[in-house]
Write a protein that binds this ligand. Structure first.
Ligand code: G3H
Ligand code: 13P
Ligand code: ZN
Length: 311
């Protein structure tokens, strides 16, 4: 069934596991994610960026959002696993409203680049509108940046736990993304991978709510190697290792955002297939290995995060 993201995450919070939230831009990634969810009997959170809404709608974000709702609902309505659709990093008020109008189950308001009181005000405005129509809300505190990458101190970029407590009380958000040292993309750490566990622990103690880890891709070595065997150059790429992810789940993370790992799995499969099948030009065939690799990465992640058999 198509469910509210809040229901998926409150269960995860009570039972100490995390649900992966996978970014999509098109049908093929969605199919692969759904297959992984069915195989692992896991709840799923599908998410799209504002850029994905514009891409799918050929420049019209509301049209793109409506397409995503229709695609996701069509699968969700006919399956036993709970599936939610979430807007990732909503920054533009109109785009967030479009996602709510189109029927997303939750939205993220990301005003994390603004001073605290402005972030609170922007978040409150969205919470009021979203909650009125049964849509849940995620917000973010701190900045997504690696700890050692910062010239300034961690204090100024990572979440402040006392602020987090104040923020959730003021805004009434349903889940919170605290910045603890991750960043988006395939190049997360220059040296050793390191996250601020103490900060995470404090935020959990003070808020006791579902928490979200952004920039959580692991940059799966197997996929990097396949892609590079067939012409890609991903030198220097590095993600969040599995044991670190597991520890963040133990400390209270319940939603683990994953985009890069799926993109890399897809490109690995696509490159491999095209290399080995120079005469093929049917998209349903040349995307087959790509989709299989995405499904594999999805299944592994659901298992690792503990959401397998939680549907
Ligand atoms: O948070 C970023 C996601 O990985 C999606 O980014 O704007 O390229 O769709 P995007
Ligand atoms: P990755 O780039 O690590 O996959 O992070 C995705 C993300 O946080 C989407 O919001
Ligand atoms: Zn993110």
């Amino acid at each position: 069934p198509y469910v509210n993201t809040k229901d998926i995450l409150e269960k995860a919070n009570k039972e100490y596991y995390a649900v992966a939230a996978f970014n999509i831009n098109n049908l093929e990634f969605l199919q692969a994610i759904v297959e992984g969810g069915i195989e692992k009997k896991s709840p799923l959170i599908i998410e799209t960026s504002e850029g994905a809404m514009k891409y799918a709608g050929m420049g019209d974000p509301l049209r793109g959002a409506s397409l995503f709702v229709k695609m996701v609902r069509e699968f969700a309505d006919s399956l036993d696993i709970p599936i939610a659709l979430h807007l990732d990093h909503g920054k533009n008020f109109n785009h967030i409203i479009s996602a709510i109008k189109a029927g997303y189950s939750s939205v993220m308001i990301d005003a994390s680049d603004k001073p605290l009181e402005e972030n609170i005000k922007a978040t409150k405005d969205i919470v009021r509108i979203a909650h009125a129509v049964g849509v849940s809300v995620e917000a973010e505190l701190g900045k997504l940046a690696g700890i050692e990458d910062n010239v300034v101190s961690a204090e100024s970029v990572l979440v402040n736990p006392d602020e987090a407590k104040y923020f959730v009380e003021e805004t009434q958000v349903d889940f919170l993304a605290p910045a603890i040292g991750t960043s988006h993309g395939a190049f997360k750490f220059k040296g050793e991978a390191k996250l601020d566990y103490d900060r995470l622990k404090k935020v959990k103690e003070l808020t006791n709510m579902p928490l979200v880890l952004h920039g959580a891709s692991s940059v799966v070595q197997e996929m990097v190697e396949i892609a590079e065997n067939y012409g890609a150059d991903f030198g220097g790429s590095k993600g969040v290792p599995s044991d670190i992810l597991k520890e963040t789940v133990r400390l209270g993370i319940n939603k683990v955002n994953t985009d890069t790992d799926l993109r890399m799995a897809f490109i690995a499969g696509l490159r491999e297939f095209l290399h080995n099948n120079s005469k093929e030009f049917d998209p349903r065939k040349y995307m087959k290995t790509a989709k299989e690799y995405v499904k594999k990465v999805v299944s592994d992640r659901l298992e690792l995060l503990g959401s397998a058999n939680k549907a």
